[in-house]
Design a protein around this ligand. Structure first.
Ligand code: FES
Length: 164
């Protein structure tokens, strides 16, 4: 897997990426989590480990798991696990899960994404960014220093998945 370059949209590096996403903690807190969880359970989670690599329990079933501190969405959906940046690739607004529609949607300009992060509509021009991810025993490990943008590295983006 090729490591993505350190540029996010607009040429920002990882530090700027996190800075831009800093407002997301507040934004997500304001958004709250959906009360209707019929389609896919949504939970808050918190990764363990050093700042560059976080370990999460492997979700036991299909679910959306949000780590606000690291700004990561960990989703298990149809036997696949992905780790997305919480920030929309357009202008880094928070992405939320719409349980009734079974998709993600940006909270700012309403770009829409499938559960696997694929862009389907709106102002964004690429899929949700995926972090490098691997399975170790009963854990999912996410490398927060390696992420893939679907337009710049489609092969890397496609490979950032764990099959369960
Ligand atoms: S910030 Fe998400 S579509 Fe504009």
């Amino acid at each position: 897997m090729q490591e993505s370059n350190n540029n996010c949209s607009g040429g920002s590096n990882r530090r700027e990426f996190l800075r831009a996403g800093g407002c997301l903690v507040t934004a997500v807190a304001a958004l709250g989590l959906p009360s209707s969880l019929a389609a896919l359970p949504v939970a808050e989670t918190k990764g363990a480990g050093p700042a560059n690599e976080k370990r999460f329990p492997l979700p036991a079933s299909d679910s959306v798991n949000i780590d606000r501190q690291t700004q990561v969405i960990l989703i298990r959906f149809q036997n696949s696990v992905y780790a997305f940046a919480l920030a929309c690739p357009h202008e880094h607004a928070a992405v939320k899960w719409l349980a009734k529609d079974k998709r993600f949607q940006c909270s700012k300009h309403d770009s829409q994404y499938q559960p696997n992060g694929t862009y389907t509509a709106g102002r964004a021009t690429r899929n949700l960014d995926r972090f490098a991810i691997r399975k170790e025993d009963a854990s999912i490990v996410i490398d927060l220093h390696r992420w893939f943008e679907s337009d710049k590295d489609p092969a890397g983006w496609a490979s950032a998945v764990v099959q369960v």
